[in-house]
Design a protein around this ligand. Sequence first.
Ligand SMILES: Cc1cc2nc3c(=O)[nH]c(=O)nc-3n(C[C@H](O)[C@H](O)[C@H](O)COP(=O)(O)OP(=O)(O)OC[C@H]3O[C@@H](n4cnc5c(N)ncnc54)[C@H](O)[C@@H]3O)c2cc1C
Length: 464
Amino acid sequence: MYRMSPTDRYRPLSFWHDTVPGTLSPTNPLRADAEADVAIVGAGFTGLWTAYYLAKQQPSLRIVVCEREIAGFGASGRNGGWCSALFPASLAKLARMAGRDAAIAMQRAMQATVDEVGAVAAAEGIDCHWAKGGTVMLARSGVQLERAKSEVAEAREFGFGNDDLRLLSADEAGALAAASAVVGGTYTPHCAAIHPARLARGLAEAVRRAGVSIFEGTAAREIQPGRVVTSSGTVRAQYVVRATEGYTPGLPGLRRALAPVYSLMIATEPLPDALWDQIGLAGRPTFGDLRHLIIYGQRTADGRFAFGGRGAPYHLGSAVRPSYDRVPGVFAALRRTLVELFPVLDGVQVTHRWGGPIGIARDWCASVGLDRQTGIGWAGGYVGDGVSTTNLAGRTLADLITGMDSEIVRLPWVGHRSPQWEPEPLRWLGVRYTQNALARIDEAAEAGRSRPLDAGLAEFFGRH
Ligand SMILES: Cc1cc2nc3c(=O)[nH]c(=O)nc-3n(C[C@H](O)[C@H](O)[C@H](O)COP(=O)(O)OP(=O)(O)OC[C@H]3O[C@@H](n4cnc5c(N)ncnc54)[C@H](O)[C@@H]3O)c2cc1C
């Protein structure tokens, strides 16, 4: 009987895993107890960036990363590839939490982070198909246009100018992305399209070159002060960093820390240049529209659409299972939406379908921190904005652990403690209710009816 090799096993995870160079087998599993200065659990972007900056800052530190599967197995290898300056909490929300200046500093730090990711990728020779073409968000109804205007108005209130976010006329938006029913939009230059698995796998290599041990195929069973207990031994370390994002609820004591919600994607076959001439997206800006239940896309370096959206169900008890990555109804809806946006795509083949869990904090605010008493650090709750935010998290954790008094350790998300999620079944009811309500608001907008986000939902949704 044909048995899948470990390499084959990880290829179908996503279009990105299918097309990343190199082998995808777990290497160097932990075989016995070990000692380190810093032990990191999870080799996604959070864990890898933390290891990277720690190793660069203090090459003598003994750093290990324990990863249950392979580096880049989780959301980091599977995402939409928007390396953006988006942060899950809005400027207004950050200002309420920590003041106007702190909110502005956070946004500026996010903008700088986009370039930092590009600079490290270039310096380490990681060909992640980097294209800093910005983001065009299309308004395809009067309601969405109002939303575009209010997003630009909010940016202006906080002192961000046209160079950061500008309103587009219908013609300008259509010239960037010739989608149907476009009445306007917004454009920001602060985003690069990337091939996420190439970045994750390349970063893992860079981290290994810097002297870090990555133990793949090594599942942490428990994270405790001073130690990580794994299936094949215990790693003792002064500092332990939890970098498990959507998988966090599977660890003892952390069931209610983050809610894993699934984001799903499709990729088309490569399209001929003649079709791209009709569609646009020259320079590979990432794109979406201004509906509430987020959709996101990019033109890949090999000329496909990679396109995704939320809307897959949240599962009772914050369950995460491989089967939840694939929901035929959601894939069909994504394809319909993509063809609605670009009718010339009717008949184009979808070659890949996949998904993965994102982590949502109860107050929809990502956080990073280090508890000095226990030595346990964490970062997460990025919702769908982790590609660049994880880099800022990694630099921040490195500074916190080495005691570096930098500007980034004073940003408002540092040390922020989100409340716990409600126990089940309340959590399930709340998340499902929100998902359905957002879908209804979008449907009303499509039918030309404005249905405002009520205050409770807005707070839950975190946009305002
Ligand atoms: C479909 C999809 C599209 C997205 N699109 C975008 C986008 O375009 N832009 C953007 O900014 N963000 C996007 N995101 C979100 C972004 O990918 C994540 O926020 C980010 O990758 C989180 O990185 P991480 O390292 O914290 O988590 P992950 O990449 O999920 O890594 C966690 C790692 O921990 C490992 N792990 C878990 N439990 C254990 C354990 N017990 N022991 C050992 N290892 C363990 C996992 O195997 C995994 O490798 C998207 C996410 C998804 C799923």
